[in-house]
Design a binder for this molecule. Sequence first.
Ligand SMILES: [Zn+2]
Length: 222
Amino acid sequence: MIRRPNRTGEISIFSGLLYCADCGEKLYYSVTNNYSREQAYFFCSNYRKSTANCTAHYTREKVVYALVLESLRRVLFYVQAFEKQFVQEQLDKSSGEQRKELTKKRRELAKSEKRIDELDILFQRIYEDNVSGKRSDECFATMSASYETEQKALKESLVQLKADIEMQNDKTANVSEFVDKVRCYTEIRELTPAIVNEFLKLFTRSGVLIRQRKSCLFPRRG
Ligand SMILES: [Zn+2]
């Protein structure tokens, strides 16, 4: 994540991480009022471009800071106190529909793999029949072509099925990675760029999001 200083050269640990909850565009950082950090705020970049694009809302940096710190503390506490529940909740977020889909895909995968093996055996059989003269060359050619076409299609769909299943399995791995990292922090007293960055990566990868009124902390996914 590159944090660019704003026009006055100031930089915030949240620069480049905040998005407008109304229009989805980036929030810009501004320090005015005699460059007092106390007054620094984030505003919608889209509204800056044209006032017709969004509304004139802003969020103070110190408010964002307090919210993020509080949210992180809450997540940390929750994960540490109710780890099993947290993992289950995160996994349950993938709806029942998705889980049904995954079961269907696993079954489909097993069926395709079985059929691919079967086709190998069938091919072997017609080949032997052809060599021994039980099956004509013409018949062998037609049947072997049909087996080959079917097997090729199955192998192609296998690649897609495996990728889909892998993606769902990744989610489980990401949630455990999140929990492992959270275990490393006993307490967060203040926010540093390292902590913000670390949790940004974890939040986006594991799908945990903190949402707050006019600003959505951390990039939208998808
Ligand atoms: Zn906006």
